[in-house]
Design a protein around this ligand. Structure first.
Ligand code: HEC
Ligand code: HEC
Length: 367
């Protein structure tokens, strides 16, 4: 079971990203929050002390993705404060170096991150790679090149085609909740899963692992995560935001109400389907990219970025197998991927507008 817990650490389930195993949770120390500084929550910080404490683990996730390593590459297992491993000490120097480069060369903007050099490897390359195909070289400044914007569709048209494809505004409007059952798959292991979602943004997910349950519950303003063998923990603001967005894509909610501004980004090809990529903008938050199938009008992919002190963590969800449930179309399959892991959900049965007991969304009983 412990092995499974480790695997699930980096998995994300319906927006419940970064379900990381963390040391502080075992003591009586209060957990991280946006108000508290990292230095007040964690034991042995020398660089990230003044950063918001709820961004410390997302920052660790960012490092892990940027270098393509496990936490244990730098940390003694379950003793994150220890400095025994050389790479952890090097990483501190690197954090200072990156901060200095951005401050002195890029007006304090986060232009250089760990990923700029590391590109998914602990050892950055120093010699250019020879590509398999004939390379295409640029002859003018990339920022001077006009973007391919011929026949650029209006985001309004793309969104109304999407609503029509999902069953139309009035059918979607009468959908108030969803009860979904199916299979959760991660690393070729499968477990039964059930999900409850309401249009007002509550959600609850239970994955039945062998004998124990992994539960996430979000009642609209607070959320909780129960991972077997670990104390119950409160969801971070990024996890709650992702949960709300996931519900929006499940319900086909009016994306204009979520994003004050939606811009055309580019055309893109996902496997065989040509798609239009729109970028949803919200003040003070990273954009959300949405890929709409040009033919069917349905959302094929969303890419969400969550903030950390060291850079953005991308989370991609690919939706497929849209099936008709009553008058609306609902995605029956999705795969959620981050640079370090992925899982999929295949739904088999969906019931709509059922009566869901309120307790489903409230704080689950921990261990
Ligand atoms: C490339 C090295 C590296 C990797 C990989 C890494 N960390 Fe860290 N981690 C650090 C460094 C360096 C610090 C100390 C930062 C400082 O001094 O401000 C740290 C600090 C921490 C702390 C605070 C410990 C304390 O109480 O002082 C926690 C918790 C932590 N990391 C968790 C993780 C988790 C979980 C992962 C895997 C997702 C991870 N780290 C991956 C380098 C790493
Ligand atoms: C400007 C380029 C650059 C950036 C940006 C950068 N690194 Fe590095 N990093 C390097 C180089 C080059 C090495 C290899 C040095 C060597 O082999 O001796 C390295 C080595 C390391 C190592 C040691 C790996 C090992 O096991 O030998 C760690 C850990 C590391 N970097 C972490 C980070 C982290 C964390 C960040 C972001 C905060 C970061 N680096 C940003 C260039 C960079």
């Amino acid at each position: 079971m412990e092995k499974m817990v480790t695997k699930l650490r980096t998995a994300r389930f319906l927006g419940f990203a970064l379900t990381l195993g963390v040391a502080w949770a075992h003591g009586q120390t209060p957990g991280p929050s946006p108000e508290k500084k990292s230095g007040d929550v964690f034991k042995n910080l020398k660089v990230l002390n003044d950063t918001p404490s709820d961004l410390l683990l997302p920052s660790m996730q960012f490092i892990t993705s940027s270098l393509g390593v496990h936490c244990e590459y730098c940390h003694v297992e379950n003793a994150f404060a220890k400095d025994d491993k050389k790479p952890k000490q090097t990483a501190r120097e690197m954090m200072r170096m990156v901060e200095e480069i951005n401050r002195t060369k890029f007006q304090g903007k986060q232009e250089v991150t760990c990923y700029s050099c590391h590109r998914g490897s602990p050892k950055p390359l120093t010699v250019p790679v020879i590509a398999d195909a004939t390379p295409r070289l640029a002859s003018s400044s990339v920022s001077d090149n006009p973007r391919d914007v011929a026949n650029q569709p209006s985001s309004h048209d793309v969104l109304s085609k999407y609503i029509t494809a999902r069953g139309g505004a009035s059918a979607l409007g009468s959908l108030t909740n969803l009860e979904e059952r199916g299979t959760f798959e991660s690393d070729s292991r499968r477990f039964p899963v059930e999900l409850y979602l309401t249009k007002s943004g509550q959600s609850a997910t239970t994955i039945h692992l062998n004998g124990t349950d992994r539960i996430s519950a979000f009642e609209g303003t607070t959320g909780w995560i129960v991972i077997p063998g670990r104390p119950i923990r409160v969801m971070s603001s990024a996890e709650m935001d992702a949960a709300r967005l996931d519900a929006a894509f499940q319900f086909g909610l009016d994306l204009n109400t979520i994003f004050p501004e939606i811009r055309f980004k580019e055309f893109s090809k996902l496997s065989t389907a040509k798609s239009v990529v729109l970028s949803g903008q919200r003040p003070g938050l990273p954009p959300v990219e949405m890929y709409f199938d040009i033919t069917s009008g349905l959302v094929l992919r969303s890419v969400y970025y969550s903030t950390s002190t060291l850079g953005l963590n991308p989370i991609q969800t690919d939706y497929s197998d849209y099936r008709r449930v009553g008058a609306v179309k609902v995605p029956f399959h999705w795969t959620s991927s981050t640079p370090t892991g992925r899982f999929s959900v295949q739904i088999t049965t969906v019931r709509v507008n059922v009566s869901i007991p309120k307790e489903v969304f409230s704080k689950p009983r921990g261990e």
